[in-house]
Design a protein around this ligand. Sequence first.
Ligand SMILES: C[S@@+](CC[C@H](N)C(=O)[O-])C[C@H]1O[C@@H](n2cnc3c(N)ncnc32)[C@H](O)[C@@H]1O
Length: 570
Amino acid sequence: MPTLPAGITLGAPSPTRGRSVLAARPFGPGDTVATFAGPCVTIPETSHLARTCSHCLAVATAGAGLGSALSSGGSGSSSGKGMRACQGCKTSRYCGAACQKADWALVHGRGECKAMRRARLFTETVGPPSVLPTPVRALIQVLVRPEMVAAVAEMEGHAERSRSSPEPSNDWLDLQLQARGALHYVGRPESSPKDVAETVEIMCKLKVNSFNRRDVDLDESGVYIDSALAMINHSCVPNAFVEIVGRTAVLHAYRAIKEGEEIEISYIETTLPRSRRRQALKTQYHFDCVCPRCKDDLNVYQVCQRYPHLDLNSFSLTPDLDLDKFRNPPLDQLIQSNNPLQHSAEEIYPSCSAPLTGSNPSSKHIHLRQRWKTCAPLVKAQAYAVDPLTQVLVEASIYFGGEQVGKLAYGLAISCFVALRSDAYRDPMPFSAVRIKGMFMIGKFLAHTATAAATSSTSGGNGGRALAAKVSQALGNMDQLTMGQTILKLIIHHSAVAHSKEWQVYQQANDLLSGLESLPGRETENALVDAFVRNPSGSDEMAFFKNAVLKPLQTLAGFTLEIMDAEFGM
Ligand SMILES: C[S@@+](CC[C@H](N)C(=O)[O-])C[C@H]1O[C@@H](n2cnc3c(N)ncnc32)[C@H](O)[C@@H]1O
């Protein structure tokens, strides 16, 4: 049994859920529950190997520029500039000598380097050298260390369910091929059927217990597996969440947790429609979720209504969403389970959910037009926090902020709308990563619109030009730097509540804020922002926040439906 870090204890095993983890003492929202620093496996995805340090997982040249937050592919250098390649396998990269040395002692020098070199040489015989897929590399990291084989052996793997799962989710053959490949590359080509079967079992365990580190905004990717973290069960209404920074995973409370209460995290995106969540949980984790969100098919508004601590929003971009407004969201239809709205969302989800990454601006525009039309029932019901409508709005904001389109004012308006009308309901705690990243997007947009022409081009005939002029004029009347600065301060406050100081968003927000604060001639504005952060409930300070930040944000958000209709309407 793995040693558990302070903060958590082991629960009694359940016949339906297996092992579980309990809180060793009470925790408040945002608190650190436990820290995990000795993972079994932590690797970048194969597609990110060239630009990610294989030991500390730092990403090369990920800048704080607008592009890194707005382009869903991220802007980290794809060449891995600044990373040194291992001269043995020519595959793993490191940010410096210290990481290379540490990784060599930990795993690379214990057989991983040789295995990767064999794989490279083999692929060279049949074409350009290629790198092994991520799951095979994860498996190799285990196979070359007997102590990790033992640690993984204790994990849940559902090998039998995996073997007998119906098509098309049955990947048993792939698992066998991958296991044979890994055994070959670690120097055990003559493995017996028993060895192969045991290796497939390890693969199944890695699959069930892997944390995906993928974060397109930060250009992070990879797999993280820790044997203590692997004992935490799932709920679509979790009371905790995991943040992974480098080689460390930190478990935070999402809401207050009592001593002895089971800790539950979400393995998947909780805001997906129920059928999607069920499919994801069944395919990868082999269970049916019976949490309240799944049991009663609650939508995001219903879940939000039941969350405690909604008052934490008094220091956020939605202080006006008092308990009453959270509990009675401005929807055009009664929110009930199994109502037509819920069915619409389920039905239209598949045609609106594929990421638009990689498409050129004109094909993105065509897709967004189709998706905006498809989402009409949700727009009509004002169900802006329900997927796929939120996703379409986020994609539209990214589209307008992209270099080739460059309609920053439109992108800004839509991100304000998402922060105020979607994210606050989808993720009611203001320290959630989604909320903070949404605010960061607004902060970055503002830093740019304050210094650049608000819109570089217009479309949609006279109506489109008039709208662009209207948005541009509204923006011109706002103190965008003060708005941006205050938002960055909120980000820094909430990051400190529930994230680590190594979190990239925290660091980038700090950098951007220092830049804005050092601009000449802004002493008065700097003092006002500082006074608000020191005493947010003071009447002068509150009035400042309302007039200088909230009202302008609401004005910008108010253009969103007009922008969407002008750009993507029929
Ligand atoms: C990462 S492990 C969690 C720890 C696991 N209970 C164990 O004993 O190792 C994931 C597995 O736990 C079980 N599990 C997690 N959450 C569950 C839930 N809400 N309901 C039923 N089973 C759950 C499933 O078997 C799933 O494949």
